[in-house]
Design a protein around this ligand. Sequence first.
Ligand SMILES: Nc1ncnc2c1ncn2[C@@H]1O[C@H](COP(=O)(O)OP(=O)(O)OP(=O)(O)O)[C@@H](O)[C@H]1O
Ligand SMILES: [Mg+2]
Length: 298
Amino acid sequence: MTDRSGAPVVVGVDGSPTALDAVRVAAREAAARHRPLRVVHAFIWPLYAASHGPVPAAPPDAGLRQEAEKLVREAVDEARKVSAELAVTGHVVDGAAAPVLVRESRDGALLVLGHRGLGGFADLLVGSVAVHLSARADCPVLVVRGEPRADGPVVVGVDGSALSDEAIGFAFAEAAQRGTSLVAVHAWRYPRPAGPGDIVPLVYDAEELAAEEERVLAESLAGWTERYPEVPVRHRLVAATPARALVEESTNAQLTVVGAHGRGAFRGLLLGSVSHAVLHHARSPLAIVRHRRGGDAS
Ligand SMILES: Nc1ncnc2c1ncn2[C@@H]1O[C@H](COP(=O)(O)OP(=O)(O)OP(=O)(O)O)[C@@H](O)[C@H]1O
Ligand SMILES: [Mg+2]
């Protein structure tokens, strides 16, 4: 089991303005959690085809490494502007972004990324590194969109699953730390089969169902409201698909929080369909929470 009691907040940077937004958010998170901040740039040497003859010990990089070190230095300076007391270190790590950041996430308390980077496909909503880490990181991932904002509530998606419970815990801690309220969203539409082969009734009482869904929401929040009595909580029971409801609520939020997957049928999925849709369409920074492979660390 990894001991993450002194674990840093990690932020990935690639020289893009969006990654610098991520640095400012990461610096605030690290300061609020009393953790160090680790700024990481994954640097991959220009690749050479093996057929070109003997591979030099270190390929000529035309100053690329110095560029990488410079962009990390700039990111570290940006973090120090947020908090002068913050312990910040900058690192250029050899390797491709996705595997380097997955490794970083094993010892991290939180991984912060921009929703986009330097990639060339202008119409992408979320870049490939952010998508990969949202599904595979071993710590919570915060995907940042735009400048950090201090207004609006923290929004959390609740579905009664174990992971949504972790997401609720994360969301309460964030709301408490930011001094804001929490909006707990539970979306439902039709009677759900309780298990495989279950038969859904053709006739049902909508009011009774709504009361049942409200019970799911209230029970999911019960322990947490006792633990964070200072956080005002609003219940939002919405008759819509969960992804649509969460994207809608994310518009006015300063942070939206979901579990990496819910109580859906495909438990092997690394990212559930709701989390996947919200990752692509959320209108504010999104935290994706998952069970840790190496034990608890928050
Ligand atoms: N080489 C890297 N090292 C560290 N972090 C990175 C690196 N590349 C991307 N990131 C992080 O991931 C975030 C999202 O970038 P991503 O690469 O996913 O988007 P993109 O460049 O727009 O798309 P793509 O690379 O898929 O074309 C960045 O804002 C940054 O936080
Ligand atoms: Mg990229």
